[in-house]
Design a protein around this ligand. Structure first.
Ligand SMILES: Nc1ncnc2c1ncn2[C@@H]1O[C@H](COP(=O)(O)OP(=O)(O)O)[C@@H](O)[C@H]1O
Ligand SMILES: [Mg+2]
Length: 381
């Protein structure tokens, strides 16, 4: 691979969470540079599932952002909460300062006096986690829907901004889809209000940096095509690792045999957790070929199951096989917007994470190389 692009460029490999963390220097630089400037737009980070979005962000939060006293970081992964309704959403960000946790909070923090309209109260910054503490009266008004949580958050962030630049990071935000704000005569979508608020924070008031992360690209596509949000947002792809990065990672693990490196790349490409598994197999001395073929067979099985159970009629099943054939031949497919059947089938395959849609590109590709290998087994036998 002497002519491989990027040859000669050093790939960073460091220890993080007792394992190797490969590269992402370019992405890190992009993000840190962005945080140095005045907030202007929302940032959407997207990419195929397991490409390493969460890991990169958590690495940055722990090792860089939280260490910088000029920044206030509020990172929430909505996957970690059971958000079933509006009240459980409020619980993510707010908690009452009750008598039993009062000394704890008082010891740790100054209060921020807050007033919104005719309501006033005290708020404490989160001690651990991300929940702001509210004095009981304020908290009650919030849960009684007398106060808009976004107005409250805005006031809190204004106070914080006097000393620190707030950075809000929201992972797996699509989980909020389908939740309504209650206590309203007219039902409002929580996510719509949330995004309006995030636009206010960035484009309108420049109060905070906002990073929104998601693996669900059909969800992202809706945002990308939503005129207001598209105009007020930037979109940044974090994809799987490339060949050079994988090669350097394997080298770091003492794996330099070309055949082994190529075999791993051929089957799992730059999908980090699969590479981890392959490394384990090599180190154990088990048959890598056997293991990778088994993994591909699992994907063949998943694809068969998808065809059997998720695709409705014979025409959908045939269409999907046709799509796979085209993918294997040219590496990608393009959606035909006038073909409803094709669009429906592709969307299902994207939803089930066999295919990856980048809203900024026409080409739809396999979500990862192991899916391609499974498709090969299915189509070519
Ligand atoms: N740069 C990297 N180097 C090594 N391993 C990584 C890297 N990024 C992610 N991983 C590993 O890959 C797996 C999936 O990463 P994750 O961050 O959860 O992906 P995403 O959030 O994009 O779905 C995790 O087990 C993680 O440890
Ligand atoms: Mg993630």
């Amino acid at each position: 691979m002497a002519d491989a692009p990027g040859e000669g460029v050093k790939v960073r490999v460091i220890e993080y969470r007792e394992g190797p963390f490969v590269d992402r220097e370019k992405e890190e630089e992009f993000l840190l540079d962005r945080f140095k400037h005045r907030p202007e737009k929302l940032l959407f980070i997207y990419g195929p599932k397991s490409s390493g979005k969460t890991t990169l962000m958590e690495y940055l939060v722990e090792n860089v952002l939280k260490k910088d006293k000029s920044l206030y970081v509020n990172y929430v992964n909505f996957r970690g909460y059971a958000i079933v309704n509006y009240d459980s959403f409020l619980d993510v960000y707010f908690q009452p300062i009750e008598d039993e946790n009062k000394p704890f909070i008082e010891k740790a923090l100054e209060y921020l006096p807050i007033s919104i309209g005719r309501f006033g109260g005290n708020v404490s910054l989160p001690i651990k986690g991300i929940q702001f503490g509210l004095n009981i009266e304020l908290y009650d008004r919030l849960v009684e829907k007398k106060i808009d949580p976004f107005n409250l958050l805005l006031e809190i962030l204004k106070k914080i901004r006097k000393k620190q630049m707030p950075i809000l990071i929201l992972d797996e935000v699509q989980i909020l889809e389908g939740i309504y704000m209650n206590g309203e005569v007219k039902r409002r979508h929580l996510l719509t209000e949330f995004f309006n608020f995030l636009v206010r924070l960035t484009k309108e008031t420049h109060l905070a940096h906002v990073v929104v992360m998601t693996s669900e690209t059909l969800f992202l596509e809706k945002i990308y095509n939503h005129s207001k949000l598209a105009e007020t947002s930037d979109f940044y792809l974090i994809g799987h690792l490339d060949f050079k990065q994988v090669q350097e990672w394997l080298k770091y693990e003492g794996i330099e045999d070309k055949e082994i490196v190529n075999l791993i790349w051929e089957y799992v490409g730059g999908s980090a957790h699969r590479i981890n598994d392959a490394i384990r197999i090599v180190k154990k001395g088990d048959s890598l070929e056997h293991y990778l073929l088994d993994e591909a067979k699992i994907y063949r099985g998943k694809l068969s199951h998808f065809i059997a159970e998720m695709l409705e009629e014979l025409d959908e099943k045939r269409m999907f096989k046709g799509i796979l054939e085209e993918m294997l031949k040219q590496g990608f497919v393009v959606r035909d917007n006038e073909n409803n059947l094709q669009r429906r089938v592709m969307n299902k395959a994207i939803e089930h994470e066999f295919l990856f849609l980048n809203p900024r590109e026409e080409r739809i590709v396999f979500n990862s190389r192991i899916v391609r290998k499974g498709a090969e087994l299915l189509i070519e036998g």
